[in-house]
Design a protein around this ligand. Sequence first.
Ligand code: PMP
Length: 361
Amino acid sequence: MQQIFNFSAGPATLPKPVLERAQAELLNWNGLGTSVMEVSHRGKPFIACAEKAEADLRQLMQIPANYKVLFLQGGGRGQFFSVPMNLAGRGDLSQHLVTGQWSQIAVTEAEKYMKTEIVAKTQTANGKLFVPKQTDWELNTKAAYFHYCTNETVDGIEIDWVPNCPDVPIVADMSSNIMSQVIDVSKFGIIYAGAQKNIGPSGLAVVIIREDLLGFARKDTPAVFDYQQQVNNDSMYNTPPTFSWYLAGLVFEWLLEQGGIGEIEKVNAEKARLLYSTIDNSDFYRNQIANENRSKMNVTFQMANSNLDSLFLQQSAEQGLQALKGHRFVGGMRASIYNAMPLEGVKALVEFMKEFERVNG
Ligand code: PMP
């Protein structure tokens, strides 16, 4: 079979060894003679599996003891309303940095529950999009929380420094770059991520929350989305997405086998370097993001001649380089190169890009 490299933005490629293990265990998980999907979430085998996944995630991300970890349903968007609903008791204002599509939608959802303020938006200088420095924002110490998205999946914009706002908890949407680089969890109030990029199957959300932020939910918060309720019930107030949780656990084990996040971060840096240098060394391709904000997970690029887009997509797909079409809001191409994308996949893409330029440039 032809080697396939899947550059989908999400649901995205998963590590092959993880899929092989899931396949091998599918019909007889843990010697039980059934699949993991068919056993009670309250039984000992599943609880052990769930606890191991959490312990491995804690180890990978070095999550301090005063943080709770939740495995919830509703994906990334589920958190866009869960965050304001759960923090409303801290105040009626949230502040937001808007750097692209996802952080903007987080504002739209928060507006349903509290006042919102945008401290800054991405700007353009010399034809490149960039995130304004924190010295140009107006942070309000009375805000219930400050929200931003560490990696804008659609736009290909990443922020690899953490804002400094000691009086206000920082809430970060890390859906598309969680576990891709070492971060200091203690700088955040809440970290959340939809699973379908670096964690596992879609539908699941991982929420990491500092304990002192629990207990501020609006009274009308649905119980399944109430962080405190879910903490009290080890994320099993309702029946959790057991298969997704199990698969996330396999991904965490795989990451540990790779040497942890510090090691995968090096591979991610090399993958991004290869792609951006190919783009920068040509007049045929271009990227519109300022260097310091270029995403290491979602590399967006356009061709000077956009009439070639469909030929590029057709020929790349024929060579097993799948799902390179950019988001419809941005156009052009997007190569999503999450943790599970091997370096050889990026090398194959770069070779294809150079050859495509040679023939069509
Ligand atoms: N935030 C970010 C950064 C995302 O990339 C996405 C999905 N691509 C979401 C939130 C929404 O996630 P979901 O589709 O799981 O609701």
